[in-house]
Design a protein around this ligand. Sequence first.
Ligand SMILES: [Zn+2]
Length: 340
Amino acid sequence: MQSFFDDTQQLHHPQSYFSRGQMRRPQEVPERSQAILQALSAMGWSATVPPDQGWGPIAAVHDSDYVAFLKCAHADWLATGEDWGSEVMSNIYRVGSGRGADMGILARAARHLADGSCPVGPETANSAYAGAQSAIAAADAVAQGERAAFAVCRPPGHHARRDAAGGFCYLNNAAIAAQRLRETCQRVLILDVDLHHGQGIQEIFYHRADVHYISIHGDPVNFYPVVTGHADECGEGEGLGYNLNLPLPHGSEAPAFFAALDRALAAAVQFAPDAVVLALGFDTYREDPQAKIALDTHDYGVMAERISNCGWPTAIVLEGGYHLPTLALNTETFFSHWKG
Ligand SMILES: [Zn+2]
């Protein structure tokens, strides 16, 4: 299987993480992608540096104001000369507001950073851009006839909104890949098996019938992203019926997860996608610091077999997974069981 990664993706190194009333140690660290690359190496794979396709495929998903913010935020932050922290991090949240561009960097941060887990450092935009290029390359490989391709996306993407970062995510790699695939495919399915609901993907495609989003995740009651990911969010307008959320009770183990996966795959078969984007997270592992679902290592092999047996051309995009001691093993288990 072709895989894609650019060393620039390692440069983003967040120093701050504010969640549930506490400053916490950042979990989305460069060591994550090193572990994944180690797993690929153990299988005899070597990741290819993706070609640079520019900002166009990213702008097809994200608002121009947000892209402009991401590119300049850190320099604008430093340029104030104020005694602020080393990363752009807002304590004011005003996502969705139409104003901000003319109101200074603090207002722009309030508008474009959705929560306390997405600080913008000196290399954040470069790493997110390179990660998005990996996702585009995987989509292009599938569009050109590969049965599957893997984008080692770091930072991850599925929480990134059209106009805001959030949940360790800056650019929505899975949505960018899906939109890219729409250039050659009529119907694209995004299957999201990360522990968390990908509210960014849901938001971007909520009114569309051409991209069907299906997500299995830990129940968002008192769990990120909290305000979305509930079972009654089914799409709107033309998109009604093309958004399927399958939240699982906290502590669910493999039987509940695979029952949900069966439901997801049955809905996917009905949709009959021309291509699939698989948003793949390993934070469903039982020892993951985020875990609300408790899978074991061998379950990732079962997951890979069940999904790949459906036979869809699939661009696989890395999302979460924060338990560094097992990340390589879980990755290798998944890909060694992928058929085709
Ligand atoms: Zn996650």
